[in-house]
Design a protein around this ligand. Sequence first.
Ligand code: ATP
Ligand code: MG
Length: 411
Amino acid sequence: MSKTLQRVRGTQDLLPEISRKFRYIENLAWEESRHYGYGEIDTPLFEMSEVFHRTLGETSDMVHKETYTFQDRGGDFITLRPEGTAGIARAFISEGLAQNLPLKFFYSGPMFRYERPQKGRYRQFHQIGIESLGYDNPLSDVEVISLASDFLKKLALMNSCKLQINTIGDTDSRAHYRQQLVNYFTKYKHELSADSQIRLEKNPLRILDSKDAGDRKLIVDCPKMEASLNEESKRFFDRVQQGLNQNNIAFELSSTLVRGIDYYTHTVFEFVTEKLGAQGTVLAGGRYDGLIQTMGGPQTPGVGWAAGLERLAELTNESLMPRTKLKAALIPADEAGELWALTVAQDLRSRGYTTEIIWNGNVGKKMKKAASLGAEYALIVGTTEAQNKNITVKNLQTGEQITASLGLELQ
Ligand code: ATP
Ligand code: MG
């Protein structure tokens, strides 16, 4: 096959079986979010490049190495969204939503990152997520985490997922910690990976997020955030933990957990699993009180999370999902029957029965097809049925056959 007829590396054709699973998971997340008072938001798949470059941080892997950026025909630099939060913050500012705070948004859709494709890692992938804007109360972080936990429970994943939390403190605590990390890692500068040497200059906290094995060894003994937290940051994090206990949500403290993006403050969290190998983060989020201001909007606190649908689908058991059963298969026996079949099918569908017309083959072939589709009833219609305006109904489980008229009830 010529290369141009193949999928672009790292993209997927989501065929009906997997789409059905995606839709199921997405619906569960949306329902759960609605229960918490969220509304849905859908922002563009692409934004002016600055929306991501300014906010996510030039040194984050996501911006530095992973964005799809191009110049459009008008000369503007455009970036396909690598994540959802920055676009929502942009919408919050450009739609003038500050008057409406607090605001709670749910979103779902494709994201784009130029990564090395591997299992569980794509270049076009899908995320669902939520953002809660306008609350600086640490217990609102707990609500956001509770929503994640309730959703994962509905997917029966809470047995295989653990919640890890950490704090990266407020701006002052972070600045202090940054200095501690610079002091420590500078001593080992030449042992750090090339990427982490750059991080050391530009954003040393990001070293903690490194996946390089050599870096990880050095990270084990690095200074811990806890020692750099001021009173306010400690109080905030204590309150988050109190709230999680109040809601009976089990968690582990993870002192090296930092998110891959620059805009986070205070709480960061991840639901992780051991079932997906290296790609173990199922759902991840945190607080981002500085983001909207960094983008030129009013100072607005925010907290949220995102989860990859591909990884959720990989973990989700098929047996949870309800199947739509085919109630009736229409079997036209001849041309007059074909026309009558249209009417019968429309009548059944309008009354909520899942109905398919089988067009190909002779009656025998059509009956076989009906059985292989799992139809409960075969409705045979030919010239006689069309003239008498009735239907020959065969129960495919019992083999029982009756003649019925339009408006028939199927058990
Ligand atoms: P990782 O450390 O695995 O690269 P990340 O920090 O880049 O993750 P986030 O930006 O926080 O991840 O995205 C949240 C979730 O989105 C991840 O936990 C994962 O489920 C999913 N995700 C991220 N990148 C990809 C990808 N390239 N393909 C599929 N899912 C992804
Ligand atoms: Mg990543």
